[in-house]
Design a protein around this ligand. Structure first.
Ligand SMILES: NC(=O)c1ccc[n+]([C@@H]2O[C@H](COP(=O)([O-])OP(=O)(O)OC[C@H]3O[C@@H](n4cnc5c(N)ncnc54)[C@H](OP(=O)(O)O)[C@@H]3O)[C@@H](O)[C@H]2O)c1
Length: 253
C-alpha cells in the first residue's frame, strides 16, 4: 500500500533509539524527509547516520531545544512527540520538581510543539501529529503515578484540539504502547528491581507471561502503525487513543 507520504517532511522526537527511532525508520521508508531529535548528540548522530537523515541534539522540555529542532526542520508536515517516560515509585517520595519534570516531558513539551507547528500545518492544508503516550492512560499502573497523571493531561487536551484541526487537514492521535522491548522497558524493570529486590529475570519473564501475546512488542510494529496513522488513508482518524499492547488491556471497549 502506498501511504501517500513521499515528499513530506517529519520531525520525530526521541528518535535516537527505541519507539521514536522505529517511527522515523518507518516514515523514512515511505519517502518522508526526516529530522530526528533527542538530547544525546552521539546517539542522534549514530541514528541519523543509520537513517541517512538530519539530526539535532535537542531537549523537547526546553524552549531552546524546541527552537533548535525547528531551526533544522522549520515546517514539518508530520510531528511525532516522544520523550523519556518516568521512573516508577511511590508518590509519597515525589517532590514538586519530580512532578514538574514529568509534566514537562509528558504534557507541556508535546503541547508546546503542537502550538509551534499547528498553524503552519493548517495553512498548508495537511498535518499529522502523533503523541507516543502509554497504555497507562487507559489502565493505570500503580508504580507509574507520574505517567498516569501527566499523560492524562496530554490526552485530555488533545481530545479537544483534535476536533478543531481536522477540518484543516490536520489530525492528532495518540499511540498507547504496552510493553515493548526497549531501553526504557529495561530501565523500568531495573526500577522495579531496586524497589522490590526481586530478580530482573523474574520480573521480565512475568511481563512476557502476563501478556496475551506472550511476548514484548517489536518497535518496528509500532513504527509501521505510526506511518499508517500519518498516511493519507488515515485522514478521517483524529482524537483517538490507539492501543498497541498485544491485547494486554482487558476491556471490551
Ligand atoms: N517501551 C515500552 O514498553 C513503553 C511502554 C509504554 C510507554 N512507553 C513510552 O514511550 C516513550 C518511548 O519509549 P522507548 O521505549 O522508545 O524509550 P527509550 O528507548 O528510552 O528511548 C527514548 C528516546 O527519547 C529520547 N529522549 C528522552 N528524553 C528526551 C527529551 N527530554 N527530549 C528529547 N528526546 C528525549 C532519548 O534520547 P536521549 O536520552 O538522548 O534524549 C531516546 O531517543 C516513553 O515515553 C515511554 O515511557 C514505552
Amino acid at each position: 500500500m502506498d501511504l501517500g507520504l513521499s515528499g513530506r517532511t517529519a520531525l520525530v522526537w526521541g528518535a535516537s533509539r527505541g519507539l521514536g527511532y522505529a517511527c522515523a525508520a518507518a516514515l523514512a521508508a515511505e519517502g518522508v524527509a526526516i529530522t530526528i531529535a533527542a538530547r544525546g548528540a552521539a546517539g542522534v548522530k549514530a541514528a541519523a547516520d543509520r537513517l541517512g537523515c538530519q539530526g539535532v541534539a535537542a531537549d523537547i522540555t526546553k524552549p531552546e531545544g524546541r527552537a533548535a529542532a525547528l531551526a533544522v526542520c522549520p515546517a514539518p508536515d508530520i510531528l511525532i512527540n516522544n520523550a523519556a517516560g518516568p521512573k516508577p515509585g511511590d508518590f509519597r517520595h515525589w517532590q514538586r520538581d519530580d512532578w514538574l519534570s514529568a509534566i514537562d516531558h509528558m504534557m507541556l513539551g508535546p503541547i508546546e510543539m503542537m502550538r509551534l507547528v499547528l498553524d503552519g500545518m493548517q495553512s498548508r492544508g495537511f498535518g499529522r501529529i502523533i503523541n507516543i503516550v502509554s497504555r497507562s492512560v487507559k489502565a493505570p499502573q500503580a508504580e507509574l503515578g507520574l505517567s498516569n497523571g501527566s499523560r492524562a493531561g496530554l490526552v485530555g487536551f488533545t481530545a479537544g484540539l483534535a476536533r478543531q484541526t481536522i477540518q484543516h487537514g490536520v489530525t492528532i492521535n495518540n499511540l498507547l504502547p504496552g510493553p515493548f522491548a526497549t531501553d526504557a522497558q529495561r530501565e523500568h524493570v531495573e526500577g522495579l528491581v531496586a524497589e522490590t529486590g526481586r530478580p530482573f529475570e523474574t520480573i521480565w519473564a512475568e511481563r512476557v507471561a502476563g501478556n496475551p501475546a506472550r511476548r514484548f512488542g517489536k518497535p518496528e510494529e509500532l513504527g509501521a502503525w505510526c506511518a499508517f496513522v500519518c498516511s493519507t488513508h488515515a485522514g478521517y482518524v483524529t482524537g483517538q487513543n490507539l492501543l498497541i499492547d498485544g491485547g494486554d488491556y482487558r476491556g471490551t471497549f
